[in-house]
Design a binder for this molecule. Structure first.
Ligand code: UDP
Length: 310
């Protein structure tokens, strides 16, 4: 299979590239390096089964491929809010360009959608038929609405142009190859702890998230791409924890003397997030296996190893 991975140098993208190459597949990685790093793909740069194209997907591109794994987008609130108009443009034009490419070459396209399409959810757990509670005017809207229009484009290309699409709604994910400075909570807490700084808890820390370890997520993406199921399907770990609890676990693994520094809760920060994974279990026979303690230990070890590389 000739695979195109957009955002292939990013956190999820580079883990997917690694898995595909280790499975003996051919991979073209497309990335503009806006929120990713060459360090994540350095092992493959001289591999004949790997090709890197530095390209911004807001511009069309012609490549002969069989499968498109469309992951390119800034994903941390810090990054997607830095240039929000560019974020909307990337999610609309980028997805439009990739679907146009899929149509021309007859490729199957997997879209990395997000739990953010549920906004600040009023139900828990979030099931795929929940249409969400999303603000069009807030600082998260560029990403939330961007992922929603990206899904809409996928379904319309499927209905009108018979493009084969697969829609994954990815919940919070963590693990090796996350940028230490990417601004998300797991990388922030680990980086702060390793630097002996206070852990910054936004709000009172009672808001919840459900964290999925990267290898579990990659298995889910591959199962979805190989299945006959269009989706949308939630991919996430149904173990919900508060942000305060997460801070306590990370602190206990690195240095129990560390303090917490409370900051204000950002606008529209979802109060809870928990995936229902019944659809994934039923149609993909997928569920995550790595629980948070094990996953955090692996992630901390990775961050210690790469501390001086970034
Ligand atoms: N958060 C925090 N401290 C940080 C970074 C994030 O308390 O240094 C909180 C944030 O307000 C949110 C949760 O952790 O409630 C997850 O944030 P993240 O940016 O990782 O992802 P999100 O799920 O909000 O997109």
């Amino acid at each position: 299979m000739r695979n195109l991975v957009t955002g292939g140098a990013g956190f999820i993208g580079s883990n997917l590239v690694e898995k595909l190459i280790k499975n003996g597949e051919y991979v073209i990685c497309l990335d503009n390096f806006s929120s990713s790093s060459k360090i994540n793909i350095k092992d493959w740069l001289n591999n004949p089964k790997f090709k890197l194209i530095e390209h911004d997907i807001i511009d069309p591109i012609e490549i002969e491929i069989d499968r498109i794994w469309h992951l390119a987008s800034p994903a941390s609130p810090l990054h997607y809010q830095a240039n929000p108009i560019k974020t909307s443009k990337t999610l609309f034009l980028g997805t439009y360009n990739m679907l146009g490419l899929a149509k021309r070459v007859g490729a199957r396209l997997l879209m990395a959608s997000s739990s953010e399409i549920y906004g600040n959810p009023e139900i828990s757990p979030q099931t795929e038929n929940y249409t969400g509670s999303v603000n069009t005017m807030g600082i998260r809207s560029c990403y939330d609405e961007g992922k929603r229009i990206a899904e809409t484009l996928c379904f319309d290309y499927n209905r009108k142009n018979s493009v084969e699409v697969r829609i994954a709604r990815i919940f919070n994910t963590y693990g090796p190859k996350m940028l230490p400075n990417d601004g998300r909570v797991v990388s922030n807490f680990i980086t702060q702890s390793l630097e002996k700084k206070p852990l910054t808890i936004y709000g009172n820390g009672s808001q919840t998230r459900s964290f999925c370890y990267i290898s579990d997520l990659i298995n889910g993406l591959i199962k979805l791409m190989n299945s006959n199921f269009i989706g949308p399907v939630n991919l996430g770990n149904p173990q919900e924890i508060s942000i305060k609890k997460l801070a306590e676990i990370i602190k206990s693994k690195i240095d129990n003397q560390l303090e917490f520094s409370y900051k204000s809760l950002p606008q529209d920060d979802p109060l809870m997030r928990l995936p229902s994974i019944e659809i994934a279990k039923k149609y993909l026979k997928w569920e995550p296996y790595i629980e948070i303690n094990e996953g955090l230990t692996k992630t901390i070890n990775y961050m210690k190893e790469v501390k001086n590389e970034f």
